[in-house]
Design a protein around this ligand. Structure first.
Ligand code: SF4
Length: 219
């Protein structure tokens, strides 16, 4: 069976560049340091011109926050971006945050998926916080990089689950354990939620356990 990189299915579009969260494993910051996109990484900038590419007729699924966290987006930026999304409903749009409790936001655009990152048990309250603070038609969770088991996981109301392990060569890098990954996948299976395991999990879980499923309404 052929397994794919998620980058082949989902495109990055980053109208905001920069982030105040400070994850040790952040690859986005390294990209910014290399290409000097935003002068001060902790001072996110809005780059409205990037929204021009949304006008293509061919439909895509876009991750809108691979170089930022949605909690850092100013209200005026959100208004501009979501007005453009409303005009371009041919695509699907994914947004991620690690601080849902800091956000008050709602959208009824069916093309929008709001998500949180959960790396271990201590983060799982983000799931309920997202549903409480952000009203959106679809929710997803990305368990990446997975640093530990997530116990008593409640996936009700979630439409997609992504699981990945830390990659790269960071000192202190944590490789996800098979049992952590399979426990999340099993919880999702009980609720018939599609699961996408990043290609890097192949060596950990084995081909027989790999799942690469997308929600049916992704473009
Ligand atoms: S939330 Fe994302 S962009 Fe921000 S520091 Fe963490 S990994 Fe980097």
């Amino acid at each position: 069976m052929e397994f794919v990189d998620v980058g082949k299915l989902i495109r990055n579009l980053n109208p905001v560049n920069g982030c105040t969260i400070g994850c040790q494993y952040c690859y986005a910051r390294r990209i910014n340091d290399r290409f000097h996109i935003t002068p001060v990484w902790e001072n996110p900038q809005f780059i409205e011109a990037r929204l021009k590419q949304l006008t293509t007729k061919k439909a895509h699924t876009y991750l809108m926050t691979s170089m930022s966290d949605f909690s850092d987006w100013r209200e005026e930026w959100r208004q501009v971006v979501f007005a453009r999304l409303a005009e371009n409903s041919q695509h699907s749009y994914l947004f991620l945050t690690k601080r849902p409790e800091k956000i008050t936001f709602q959208t009824d655009l069916q093309s929008v998926w709001m998500g949180v990152t959960v790396t271990a048990d201590a983060d799982k309250s983000r799931i309920g916080a997202m549903q409480a603070h952000i009203a959106a038609p679809h929710y997803f969770i990305t368990f990446e990089p997975l640093f530990g088991p997530v116990n008593d996981l409640d996936l009700r109301g979630i439409g997609w689950v992504v699981i990945g392990t830390e990659t790269g060569s960071r000192k202190g890098k944590i490789v996800a354990k098979k049992e952590w990954i399979l426990a999340i996948a099993e919880k999702a299976r009980e609720l018939q939620i599609p699961v996408f395991m990043k290609k890097s999990l192949y060596d950990i879980v084995g081909e027989e356990n790999m799942r690469q499923e997308l929600p049916i309404d992704f473009k």
